[in-house]
Design a protein around this ligand. Sequence first.
Ligand code: SAM
Ligand code: DTB
Ligand code: SF4
Length: 329
Amino acid sequence: MTATVAHAETAQNQAAAPARKRWSVAEIEALFALPFNDLLFRAQQVHRENFDPNGVQRSTLLSIKTGGCSEDCGYCSQSSRYDTGLEKEALLPLNEVLENARAAKAKGASRFCMGAAWRGPKEKDLAPVLDMVREVKKLGLETCVTLGMLKEGQAGQLKEAGLDYYNHNIDTSPEFYGQIITTHTLQDRLDTLDKVRDAGINVCCGGIVGLGETKKSRAALLAELANMNPPPDSVPINNLVQVEGTPLGKTEAIDPFDFVRMIAAARITMPASYVRLSAGRQEFGDGIQALCFLAGANSIFYGERLLTTDNPDSDADDALFARLGLKSI
Ligand code: SAM
Ligand code: DTB
Ligand code: SF4
């Protein structure tokens, strides 16, 4: 085939591709306003059209560099601006990371996600992380890192080391963002996501609810995510873990049914993405978590620790999976 023909075919394929739906904030608010059963039925239908309804992917998190972060994210235990009683730690040595990764694999996680409390990695920070990615990958695990904002060229280095996913959340709606974070902008985060996507790394991007946001703001967060081109491969929906000493440490908790609605609307608006029932699961009982799976959540963080706060024990999760007939994928 000549180059000209190949080009012509590409152009034709593009012309034939159906235009992607853009979601308005009002449309997503209308999803939230549906009777709960109607919303869940619709979400479950979309879920079944796109995924095995009983498969749930499991990632284990490890904080490879804890605390002392320059940023002022109002929810975060790791910002140096708040007195949360957290001990600042240096970057973990490779052998300790690998020990944790081996244990996560033995427990049944398929992906290992390493998080660092940085605004972004300096060049000298990145080299040891690249080694971690290479070595974790060799264990037969998928790799994910969340390191903050990336500079030119860093995403390419991570890709070359074998990185599968980069997590970088937009956290909340464009309108509410400035009330939660002032040291970097939403646009800064979108720029990093572009670099990750351009390097051919899968994008993991979601947000947090329970920050004191309105329902409209939740809808706007989902619209921002769903209208990305393409939408993120993985969408973590975090329920704020209230950390004493942070500005949001005493925020009123979200109604758990509204959290389930958030999962359902994420499933409907991003049919082909993995929707992750993320931080804050401990605040929900088994019943609410089961509803989240019914609403289309198909991944979780697995293991007793998130980054600096607790997550359900893996034994408790294994028992829940057995009771619900869920299988790890
Ligand atoms: N520093 C990097 C960054 O901000 O991208 C990586 C680590 S940061 C802890 C990763 C994400 O965890 C945040 O964007 C936020 O969505 C989530 N997160 C942090 N603290 C949380 C909390 N207390 N409750 C729920 N989610 C939280
Ligand atoms: C994400 O969306 N949630 C995870 C992961 N990506 C890095 C982090 C949750 C952190 C919860 C608070 C803590 O343990 O510090
Ligand atoms: Fe730093 Fe990330 Fe926490 Fe913000 S969320 S304070 S950037 S570690």
